[in-house]
Design a protein around this ligand. Sequence first.
Ligand code: ZN
Ligand code: ZN
Length: 573
Amino acid sequence: MQLRDYQQAAVDAVLTHFRRTDDAAVIVLPTGAGKSIVIAELARLARFPILVLAHVKELVEQNHAKFQAYGFDGGIYSAGLGRKESQHAVTFASVQSLSRNLQQFSGYYSLLIVDECHRISEESESQYQQVISHLRQQNPQLKVLGLTATPYRLDKGWIYQQHHHGYVRTDQSVPFKKCVYELPLRHLISRGYLTPPTVIDAPAARYQFDELPKEYTEAELDQFLARCPRVTKAICEQLLVLAEQRRGVMVFAASVNHAAEIARYLPNAETAVITGATPGKQRDLLIEQFKQQQLKFLINVAVLTTGFDAPHVDLIAILRRTASVSLYQQIVGRGLRLYDGKDDCLVIDYAGNNYDLHQPEIGIVRPNPNSELVQVLCPECGYGNLFWGLKDADGDVIEHHGRRCQGLVNDPADAEQQIQCGFRYQYKECPQCNAQNDIAARQCHDCGAQLIDADNLLRQALQLKDRKVLRCAGISAQADGELLTLIYHDEDGVELKERFDFASAGQRKKFNELFCRRVTAKPQPLAAAVEVVDQIADLVAPDFVIARQQKKFWKIEHRIFDYQGPYRKAHQA
Ligand SMILES: [Zn+2]
Ligand SMILES: [Zn+2]
């Protein structure tokens, strides 16, 4: 079979990986990349017998058909398709049917391929995990390969730990160890395998979803939307005009009531609504009518973001908030399939989501709409981390929200393995063993000691007469030879001072660890007191400083950085 270059690259990456290890692997291919061809080629090359799992009968059928099309013979095991064949070298199965009939698959399998593998959860009682542990009993060296377009889920986070580009996504226990291949959407568009999107940046009206709280109920959402009927009406009027030159329009609504409201403004005979509550048969019928272009407008509420395939779609209207760039990309992806006579797909964001279609997912919700992705080099391993942050007019990073370097480094304990770089940009030091911990940690990851909570620290210090709590608004510095005086200022002109002797290696190190971890322009440590004075504007000031009275002066006991809690910080209302 003739594979496209990236399909071949994906296959090669999988083979290379499994020659080295049995660790579960995942490949990430955007919708439209031709996943079933990659699966067919892997099935052809693998040592038999193998199993290919999918969660819906349509995918089982599609993957099987592609394999047959290349002249191979595979079995189907899916109650929904009315076939229960388990004797083939390659079996395409639905996870529901297979997990209910595990005894029919009690032989040896070398490879398990899971399509749409972001659906696998870690819980051992899940159907996928039942299948995997059953097959592992027969073959402890079972290779597990997942394919997905969406390795990051808002509810579950990343599905793999390490990326082949040398970074860590998560240190949590997740279904896959490593992403061995990932193809960016941009590649498919520039090669003409997908339709280019045309993003219209002039919506007739826009929902101010940022006025909603971060977490909200559907009732709150409906109340919010009920206050903007004119917005919905204006949006639908614009859609009608734009749709005149278009074949198929997909509208992504925020709630069931919202969808019904939108439908009222669109031509009744050409419009359908699909929600999670739409019965399966009716849903299939509506989708078929939409694909046949008997319906022009298909409104949906959180159901047609993945797996839905209507290539003629050439207008995507987003009327809902999307909390991650992956979700935004999935939505836009519905309109990028190739179709005869389709030159582009209009994309209009009426919800002010403000995402870039090609922006990489970093797995952290954007802290606020002004945040942008910034690259921050690790001073320890050199890895270029991507974090949310801010840049100044010259493009220099002035602030970022990264906590820990995501670079992969060789594990000193095991030459075969790589582990996450230990450098932390923000951290809490353990009072027992001095290990650095995540700022949210309650227990030391190294010795298990209880970590001091910033709120407790502040509460106690505020009650004690011999402690002073300074709400820090900024820092300044003076150098006298190698002696550095650092001055903490509050909003009212009160100061506390602290001295660091830069002639002492220990004090230099301490100063750098405290204040220079997030200086992004200069990963090198500051070596002299006068350098600190020069660069004081780039250093990070703590939010609070706690000092203890010692005879006539105040000794700094704690500096609280990156405070998040009920006490008011300087410059906060
Ligand atoms: Zn690093
Ligand atoms: Zn410790």
